[in-house]
Design a protein around this ligand. Structure first.
Ligand SMILES: C[S@@+](CC[C@H](N)C(=O)[O-])C[C@H]1O[C@@H](n2cnc3c(N)ncnc32)[C@H](O)[C@@H]1O
Length: 284
């Protein structure tokens, strides 16, 4: 840690967030946002996002879900991002405001401890790939429900990784996935989190979900490896720190994967399932 590191940066280092806060990670999240755009758009359509709605995106990162919300709620609506990483949030707002699609705002806050975020209640409160990183997702869901207007909707979308599979087996890919999953599990992430969401909604006092949406892509090797290799690069410092792998070992794995991607061989790759769950808050 350098001596001139700002308090905010020092706080982010201490938070032990497994994917880190580098500009490479922001770029990866933007690319990943494109991968998951269709399934998130489908969820927003099922929920019925409309022009004029006010939306809160919890754990917004570099703002890819905010962009989608903004397109659907339009200039008469408003989209607020919440994240404890203010660099990501500020960059997102600058980029999104330039699109002119809606009105965008950012709140710097920790979703695990922020009780007061200004008193505003939202028509739609959403979190994608964010609650998985919290110690107590039920407590965060309780907050999200509190931040939602009567008649508004709470929704969460996250990945369920137990579906991942590859045929035929490729040693380098198995090792890549082992490093990702072991690093996440040893950092305290519950790999079954998304599957438990309906129960967590009830535990948080929100009630049984009104709807669920599941997307399970199956592709060739190339996009599957590109996605997981980029994810692995972001969490590699943590993986090395935890002793899950070494930089040298992963360089070898990445080389073997490049080789496999260059081969013409057909593979069948089953992705993590994206699970979406939502519930409308009663009017009173
Ligand atoms: C994997 S990114 C997902 C970003 C975005 N929701 C998306 O789907 O592209 C997770 C985000 O959650 C944020 N985050 C993690 N824990 C947080 C916390 N306790 N409070 C606020 N933000 C948090 C991280 O800073 C990061 O921007």
């Amino acid at each position: 840690m350098t001596l001139d590191m700002s308090q905010q940066e020092a706080g982010l280092v201490r938070d032990r967030y497994v994917l880190g806060h580098s500009s490479e990670e922001y770029q990866r999240l933007q690319r990943q946002g494109q991968t998951f755009e269709a399934v998130t758009r489908r969820l927003f359509h099922a929920i019925g996002l409309r022009p004029g709605w006010t939306c809160l995106d919890v754990g917004c990162g570099p703002g890819e879900t905010m962009r989608l919300m903004g397109e659907m709620v339009g200039p008469s609506g408003e989209v607020t991002g919440l994240d404890r990483d203010s660099n990501a949030g500020r960059e997102a707002i600058a980029r999104l405001q330039a699109t002119g699609t809606s009105c965008y705002r950012f709140i710097e806050a920790n979703m695990e401890s922020a009780d007061d975020i200004g008193g505003e209640l939202f028509d739609f409160t959403f979190a994608r790939l964010a609650l998985l990183f919290t110690r107590d997702p039920v407590a965060v869901l309780r907050r999200m429900y509190r931040w939602t207007k009567p008649g508004g909707t709470v929704a969460v979308q996250d990945l369920y990784v137990r579906t991942i599979n590859l045929y035929p087996r490729l040693e380098a890919c198995s090792e890549l996935l082992r490093v990702i999953l072991e690093t996440c599990a040893r950092s305290g992430q519950d790999m079954e989190f998304a599957f438990k969401l309906p129960v967590y909604f009830v535990d948080a006092g929100i009630g049984a979900p009104d709807g669920t949406d599941i997307d399970l892509p199956m592709t060739s090797l190339e996009p599957f490896v590109a996605h997981h290799q980029a994810l692995c690069r972001s969490l590699l410092p943590r993986a090395v720190e935890l002793g899950v792998t070494t930089q040298e070992r992963m360089q070898g794995v990445f080389r073997d994967l490049e080789q496999a991607r260059a081969d013409e061989r057909q593979y069948s790759a089953l992705w993590p399932a994206m699970i979406g769950v939502w519930k409308r808050k009663p009017m009173r």
